[in-house]
Design a protein around this ligand. Structure first.
Ligand SMILES: O=C(O)C[C@H]1C=CC(=O)O1
Length: 92
C-alpha cells in the first residue's frame, strides 16, 4: 500500500545542539536505509518549513506505524498520514 505522509518536526527550543545533531544523524541513516530498500520512495522538503512530504510503500497500516514510530525524530514530530488508493483515470 502507498501512503502520503507529512511530517512536521518540532524540536524543543531548549534541546542542546549536540543532542539535536545526534538525533538528526540517526534519523538520516534510518531514513536512507528505508529509501534504499524501497519502502520510502519519495522524500521531499516542504519549501520554507522544517517539514517533509513522503511516500511510503509498505504492506499496510501496521508496518507503516512500525516504521514511523521507529524514527529517531518520532517523539518530536507531528505526523499526518493519508492512505492512497489507485485513481481510476491513472495511466501509470
Ligand atoms: O528532516 C525531516 O524532514 C525529518 C526527517 C525525515 C527524514 C530525515 O532524514 O529527517
Amino acid at each position: 500500500m502507498l501512503y502520503l505522509v507529512r511530517m512536521d518536526v518540532r524540536l524543543p527550543a531548549d534541546m542542546p545542539p549536540a543532542q539535536a545533531a545526534e538525533i538528526k544523524s540517526r534519523e538520516k541513516a534510518y531514513s536512507q536505509s528505508l529509501q534504499r530498500d524501497g519502502r520510502w520512495p519519495h522524500l521531499w522538503r516542504v519549501a520554507g518549513e522544517y517539514a517533509n512530504y513522503s511516500v511510503f510503500d509498505v504492506e499496510g497500516h501496521d508496518e507503516l506505524h512500525e516504521l514511523l514510530s521507529s524514527l529517531p525524530l518520532f517523539p518530536y514530530m507531528d505526523i499526518d498520514v493519508t492512505p492512497l488508493a489507485r485513481h481510476p483515470s491513472a495511466i501509470a
